[in-house]
Design a protein around this ligand. Structure first.
Ligand code: ZN
Length: 296
């Protein structure tokens, strides 16, 4: 079993008003948080550039400033997001533009790019009120767009991070590997979602296991698991024991039921569970060797 790769998912589009004031927004806040997460044991930081008021931000320069800020004090591997479909221009080239520009600049080049291997409804559901808060939010990832991302990301020397909300997404990743569009080991993020997002597997042993039962057959796979909208800790020991990696952070869930933790505190809690399970934690350099070994 490989060493455990911990990814800190520090902000997504989570607002501080949603339960935790420690969600980082500005490049300086994101860089400081990334450094703290690395010191706590994380090997990868996933972040979304944000405006000072928390609104989404897609400027290449803001991403570059953030990554340079991280690199100045840390060797943590960098995983910025793609542009979201809510941008004025949601075409595939527009969503990938900042990534390709960053990749040309050694001081700001990322390591990973997320490819969500399918489309999913992302309206929030209120189980108490028994109603959806919106009814038209689709996270659209057409097949042609994914093929474009896969080709461009490989040409730029970056590693695709294959986000999979359900088994259909896993089958897409398998097809892309069969088509020669993505390289092994496939790095797959198995998404579980809590009751406000119904598009992923439930964050339960069965929800995780049904992902694992459908990993691409015969392919070399490294998988990580996350819970969007819910607390992952109930599954962390099971993930670690089964050879998975852990992706966690305030971007997915405010964890206000644990007080007001920082991202680094969540990472320390994962490291403590790994210690109890007897699994060593990977450094960023070790994580890169596991996920992107040199070609034979
Ligand atoms: Zn993200």
């Amino acid at each position: 079993m490989s060493k455990l790769i911990i990814e800190a998912r520090i902000n997504e589009y989570m607002m501080r008003e949603q339960g935790n004031v420690n969600v980082p927004y500005t490049p300086q806040e994101i860089a400081a948080d990334a450094v703290a997460c690395r010191e706590a044991g994380a090997a990868i930081v996933h972040f979304h550039a944000r405006k000072p008021d928390g609104a989404p931000q897609h400027d290449t320069e803001v991403y570059a400033d953030t990554i340079r800020g991280i690199r100045g004090s840390s060797d943590i591997l960098v995983h910025p997001t793609l542009g979201y479909n809510t941008m004025d221009d949601p075409s595939a080239p527009a969503r990938l533009k900042h990534i390709l520009e960053l990749a040309k600049d050694p001081s700001a080049a990322p390591h990973f790019v997320p490819l969500d291997m399918g489309s999913v409804n992302v309206d929030r559901y209120d189980p108490q009120a028994r109603r959806f808060l919106t009814t038209d939010h689709v996270y659209a990832n057409p097949t042609g767009d994914l093929m474009y991302f896969a080709k461009e990301v490989r040409a730029a020397g970056l590693k695709p991070y294959l986000t999979c909300f359900n088994i259909g997404f896993l089958r897409y990743a398998n097809a892309f590997a069969d088509m020669g569009l993505i390289d092994e080991p496939l790095y797959m993020c198995l998404v579980m979602t809590d009751s406000i997002f119904l598009g992923g597997h439930p964050a339960s042993r069965k929800g995780l296991q049904s992902h694992l039962d459908h990993l691409p057959p015969g392919k070399r796979v490294e998988w990580t698991a996350m819970s969007y909208g819910g607390n992952l800790f109930g599954l962390v020991a099971a993930i670690i024991a089964q050879g998975g990696h852990v992706s966690i952070g305030l971007g997915d869930h405010p964890y206000s039921e644990l007080g007001m933790p920082t991202n680094a505190e969540l990472i320390r809690r994962v490291v403590a569970i790994a210690d109890e399970c007897g699994r060593e934690v990977a450094t960023p350099a070790e994580a890169w060797q596991i996920l992107n070994p040199p070609r034979a």
